[in-house]
Design a protein around this ligand. Structure first.
Ligand code: NAP
Length: 281
């Protein structure tokens, strides 16, 4: 209660703007919510009695994920098949929300891809797809939903960054750079909106055993064995950190130490180590 009052210390209700949300109900929108970390985050929000909307491209896995969450937690769970990089993605999500008389109370920008290997050998279209999803779509969705959150003085944005966002990442150069953007962008917006009632948080896990690494063609790189944390544990930490109003959450017993190491040590020392760890084998 006291924490909520502190979080809203600069928030002033704008009644005409608030009236637009009268009779609507809150939903948690999770991009990439059909599997991996996004699915576990959706489950975590659902476990706390939030209705959730899962957004991903393939309808089959989406519907299965939504059915499991519905059965386990009894909350409304909506599956929306959309590529969040597509020009009509915002309209599709808005329409799905309007059909349920709902608004995006929380936005979880989780969908993200990687591309591994020497940068000069990566297909240009793969690199552009990565930037489109990890940077452009995340920014577009945040820009779209944040104004409503500020009006309501509650809700917020949980952006998936990565431990890789703390350092340049040879052999995953564009991916690490995209996550550095997510960290910087999220912390900046969190500072801008302090006291307005919203929570803006970056979740920065180390390696998590999901299909992501195979899709990124990261091979058997050593980093994958560096204190991996399950997607469920990442979601638990991310949810808790978000609820507490933290700006950056690094889950796991060892990853916070790695993040500190990457923050304080000179890059002349850290980057060659990262290079060794990330190089596909
Ligand atoms: N796994 C790790 O070690 C790790 C570590 C740190 C950070 N992260 C970050 O955490 C996030 C989730 O990773 P993950 O390991 O859970 O990935 P994942 O298992 O590969 O799952 C990715 C999810 O995103 C969806 N997706 C992919 N492209 C999309 C698009 N264009 N539009 C909408 N949905 C899309 C996928 O469904 P469809 O294919 O059906 O669209 C799937 O639901 C990513 O941002 C990743 O960079 C992962």
């Amino acid at each position: 209660m006291l924490l909520q009052a502190w979080r809203r210390r600069w928030w002033r209700p704008d009644q005409p703007a608030l009236a637009a949300y009268a009779g609507l109900r809150p939903m948690v929108v999770v991009t990439g919510g059909s599997e991996g970390i996004g699915y576990e985050l959706a489950r975590r929000f659902a476990a706390s009695r939030n209705d959730v909307m899962l957004v991903a491209r393939r309808l089959g896995p989406l519907e299965q994920a939504a059915a499991r969450i519905r059965a386990d937690f009894g909350v409304e769970t909506v599956a929306v098949a959309a590529d969040v990089t597509a020009p009509n993605a915002l309209a599709t999500i808005d329409r799905a929300l309007a059909e349920r008389r709902a608004y995006a109370d929380v936005l979880v920008n989780n969908a993200g891809i990687g591309v591994a290997g020497p940068f000069h050998a990566q297909a240009p279209e793969d690199v552009m797809r990565l930037l489109d999803l990890n940077v452009r779509a995340l920014t577009t969705l945040t820009r779209h939903f944040l104004p409503g959150m500020r009006v309501r003085g509650c809700g917020g944005v949980l952006n998936l960054a990565s431990l890789g966002g703390f350092t340049p990442g040879p052999y995953q150069a564009a991916y690490y750079a995209s996550k550095a953007y997510v960290l910087s962008f999220t912390e900046a917006i969190a500072a801008e909106t302090a006291g307005e009632g919203v929570r803006i948080c970056a979740l920065a896990p180390g390696p998590v055993p999901t299909q992501w690494h195979r899709r990124a063609r990261a091979g058997n790189a050593y980093y994958r064995y560096l204190a991996p944390v399950s997607a469920a544990a990442v979601a638990r930490s991310g949810y808790l950190g978000y609820r507490l109003g933290l700006r950056v959450v690094v889950p796991g017993p060892l990853s916070p130490l790695f993040a500190l190491f990457l923050r304080v040590m000179p890059r002349r020392i850290t980057v060659p180590i990262v290079r060794l760890l990330v190089k596909p084998r």
